[in-house]
Design a protein around this ligand. Sequence first.
Ligand SMILES: Nc1ncnc2c1ncn2[C@@H]1O[C@H](COP(=O)(O)OP(=O)(O)OP(=O)(O)O)[C@@H](O)[C@H]1O
Ligand SMILES: C[C@@](O)(CCO)CC(=O)[O-]
Ligand SMILES: [Mg+2]
Length: 399
Amino acid sequence: MFVVSAPGKVILYGEHAVVYGVPAIAASVSLHMYMFVVDSSDPDVIELDFPEVGLVRKWRRSELPWSSVSEAGKLHQKLDPEVHLALKTLLAPVTDPFENAASHAFLYLYLHLCSESSAGQRFVTRSTLPVGAGLGSSASYSVGLAAALLKLSGKIQDPSTSLSAENLELINGWSFLGESCIHGNPSGIDNIVATRGGAVLYERGAAHGSSKIEPYDSFPPLGLILTNTKVPRQTSQLVSDVGTLKSQLPEIVEPILNAIAAVVSRADGLIRSNCSAEELNESLRELAQINHGLLVSLGVSHPSLERVRQIAHELEIGQTKLTGAGGGGCAITIVDGEVSGKRFNMLKMALGDEFDLFETELGGRGVGMANLSSSFETDQISQLKDARDFHELGNWVYW
Ligand SMILES: Nc1ncnc2c1ncn2[C@@H]1O[C@H](COP(=O)(O)OP(=O)(O)OP(=O)(O)O)[C@@H](O)[C@H]1O
Ligand SMILES: C[C@@](O)(CCO)CC(=O)[O-]
Ligand SMILES: [Mg+2]
């Protein structure tokens, strides 16, 4: 019995454009997805219990489309269309899009990493991240899933003190395929941040394995408030809408993507420079405003996100930008100076109960795993509340 965890992320600059090879800047957040792997009551059955997406499901291993899996597909470079299609057919009766996407990613990785003769297992998730809200919940789920199945199948040996660079590469590669099942066309930025943690400048490469990752050794301690508008949306739909706009109006969309590239390049230069904290904060706020405007012109904002922007502006708290895929979900406000309880409460009161506000630390640890003691009972899972409860479950190993 063991548990794995992976963090969510915020994209500070460059979302959507990153899908088309523009660099983007992202950092992990201190909210995590946890996946528990425990023995199933029936040795022939795999059971999923994912309360955040309302999914409770069981499959006999013999029901799964093992014959569609090829050895070539196991090299995890891109989705194997045959397995993808077999799973679409199997999951056609699952009409809820969240449940369908989570089951699809699970079964795709299970079929490739485990075998028909593996023992029965039960997989239970718990997440302190809002799901489908722009903070990379799909990537933290995919990273946790990849890590859990790689450990279960022995492809990652039980690590004693830390995960190796090879472990990390395997987890990141397989989680990208999990993201591909959920998103269709992920850039890979969310899964790399959920895998390695920290903060990075990421640029998607044209070919598999050619993406560029430039970590930040020290990321500025930005005062950041996260606001969840609680307006549901799906990244797959928003990414596909921007793709459609780009193919219909390339002469308009390409210059917008180039302008986003210039925003990212300027922000990267500033973060790596030794300018004063004040100058950096002011410039990063200005760049957030420009980046948000460019995302609005791509059609990925939402009235609820504009409301957060307007209120934070009226209260002179800082500059607000959508983060992740937009269309609802979360906004980040880069605070003018430090986040004080007073400012946080002012924004919270002005926005009201429709919105959830969080403070988070940027740049924490990536994927982790811990063995559970033999006395651990699955009933305990629903009682775990915060990061400390999860941390105390065992000796965690990280990269
Ligand atoms: N805890 C979880 N358990 C099971 N599935 C999850 C969990 N968290 C996320 N998912 C999967 O991820 C999907 C949501 O991903 P989506 O990419 O739309 O939003 P996001 O990742 O939260 O935001 P963004 O991609 O903008 O950062 C859900 O439909 C579900 O399939
Ligand atoms: C919208 C997008 O750029 C970020 C989602 O967090 C999609 C992606 O990069 O995969
Ligand atoms: Mg996502």
